[in-house]
Design a protein around this ligand. Structure first.
Ligand SMILES: [Fe+2]
Length: 130
């Protein structure tokens, strides 16, 4: 049992930049914990353990999301990237699908035809090809 009353005390408060960095490490820790608990779920057949681990895994996901929101408050540049990410990802996916459609999966001259839609899951048609 530690007897030092100063155990765990820090020598100073963090700067705003250091706090943002610490929160990024906290996000990383939550994501690592999520993966660890999922690995343990996958590695056991004990349903009781699976249920508890899944509950805790989901809490870690919530913690990660909360830390991301805190980071957005602490680092406005990061907030901008996070806010733009959904639109950026959607654009990248649209461009990738468009490139794939133009590289032999389409009909003549790479255009999409009814036949080029075969094999795609329902609801995955691009806009304008309904
Ligand atoms: Fe957590």
């Amino acid at each position: 049992m530690p007897t030092d009353p100063f155990t765990g005390l820090v020598p100073r408060k963090m700067t705003a930049s250091e706090l943002a960095r610490a929160i990024r490490l906290d996000i990383q820790a939550e994501l690592d914990a999520t993966n660890l608990y999922q690995a343990h779920i996958d590695a056991t057949d004990d349903e009781r353990a699976k249920a508890i681990l899944a509950h805790i895994r989901d809490e870690e996901k919530e913690h990660a999301a909360e830390f991301v929101e805190l980071l957005k408050l602490l680092d406005p540049d990061q907030a901008t990237y996070l806010d733009e990410a959904p639109g950026d990802v959607a654009q990248i996916i649209r461009e990738a699908r468009g490139a794939a459609a133009g590289q032999g999966t389409g009909g003549p001259e790479g255009r999409l035809t009814v036949g080029s839609l075969l094999g795609r899951p329902q609801g995955e048609m691009e806009e304008g090809y309904a």
